[in-house]
Design a protein around this ligand. Structure first.
Ligand code: FA5
Length: 335
């Protein structure tokens, strides 16, 4: 009986399919010639004593085999079901393959770069903030040392917003021509030391070409404290450029003029064989400090304002600024 049991159990374990399992059942438990069935049947030829000894053993074996067969049968059935579930879940559904491909969205290259800029400045302890796109004449010009009759106003062709009843320059509205008004807004409500960066959209009423848009983005920087110098500016800006471009790039500083800085300078980067103006900058003008009621004798600071698209053009080697706003997905899908 022990031998039969071992043999039957091995066969059951090795059975690969239900048909094979049925054959094993017939072989051992079949009504006509099953080995165990035969053994039970032959009990009647034995002495009473032997019957008492062997009867329970054979019955126990019969029960055990029945149970094992049942479990194995269930396993095989489950295995079969599993097989039908054995699919590649990363594969798009049949319907989707046939009808349409699912395309996932992604960020616009300018958004990606703006996020990168914020990260770089945050890592240098700058706070990131935003300001209003509709500004007043006061914040966009007057407080930045550009009074109404100042010739420098011509540097920024402005979209004015009709505001007939406006009496003061704080009430006269326009689409901001640069992010610099946020210098004033922030200093009005904060005391130095401070260091901020302000990305945002700006507008200019000017003709477009390969490097000029009517609507573009700037990132404004401002750092004010007791002993801030151009050396601090140089360090911050060179660290910034290295982090954005991941390598040394060819750039130059040149003296420039902006009414709200003294001295003023501009930074250009060599791009496709030409110098491309990237940002204006300089040491905050004493009149700007006066406008926010800081004593110009107490504080010094630097400010800069750069063009986001220009930075992206150089970083991604894009020849024409207008591509950013073309809405052409063949362009944006490359990012
Ligand atoms: C300004 O707007 C100053 N507010 C910058 C500044 C800030 C100077 C703080 C000093 C201190 P500017 O007009 O040069 O300056 O513009 C700054 C940058 O914006 C330019 O260097 C250029 O990179 C970008 N830019 C200017 N005009 C356009 C335009 N039409 N299209 C795309 N980018 C432009």
């Amino acid at each position: 009986m022990k031998e039969i049991e071992a043999e039957a159990l091995t066969e059951i374990t090795n059975a690969k399919e239900e048909l094979a399992l049925e054959k094993i059942r017939v072989k051992y438990l079949g009504r006509k010639e099953g080995i165990v069935t035969e053994a039970l049947r032959s009990l009647k030829n034995l002495s009473l004593e032997e019957k008492k000894r062997q009867g329970p053993q054979i019955n126990a074996l019969k029960a055990k085999l029945e149970k094992t067969l049942e479990i194995k049968k269930r396993d095989l059935e489950e295995g079969k079901n599993k097989k039908t579930l054995d699919i590649d879940i990363t594969r798009p559904g049949e319907k989707i393959i046939k009808e349409r491909k699912i395309t996932t969205g992604h960020l616009h290259p300018l958004t990606v770069l703006e996020n990168e800029i914020k990260d770089v400045f945050r890592s240098m302890n700058f706070s990131v903030l935003e300001g209003p796109e509709i500004e007043s004449e006061f914040y966009n010009f007057d407080a930045l040392n550009v009074p109404p009759d100042h010739p420098a106003r011509e540097m920024w062709d402005t979209f004015w917003i009709k505001s007939e009843n406006a009496k003061t320059s704080k009430e006269k509205l326009l689409l901001r021509t640069h992010t610099s008004p946020m210098q004033i807004r922030y200093m009005e409500s904060h005391e130095p030391p401070l260091q901020i960066v302000v990305p945002g959209r700006v507008f200019r009423f000017e003709a477009t070409d390969q490097t000029h848009e009517v609507n573009f983005y700037q990132y404004e920087g401002l750092m004010v404290g007791k002993n801030i110098s151009l050396a601090n500016f140089k360090y911050v800006i060179e660290t910034f450029l290295k982090r954005i471009f991941g390598k040394d790039i060819e750039f130059r500083y040149r003296p420039s003029y902006f009414p709200f800085v003294e001295p003023g300078l501009e930074i250009a980067i060599k791009f496709r064989g030409k110098w491309l103006e990237m940002m204006g900058a300089g040491m905050v003008h004493p009149n700007v400090f006066k406008a926010v009621h800081y004593n110009p004798r107490d504080y010094r600071g630097f400010a800069f304002g750069g063009g986001l698209e220009r930075l992206a053009m150089v970083k991604y080697n894009i020849p024409d600024i207008r591509l950013f706003y073309s809405g052409d997905t063949r362009f944006t899908n490359q990012f």
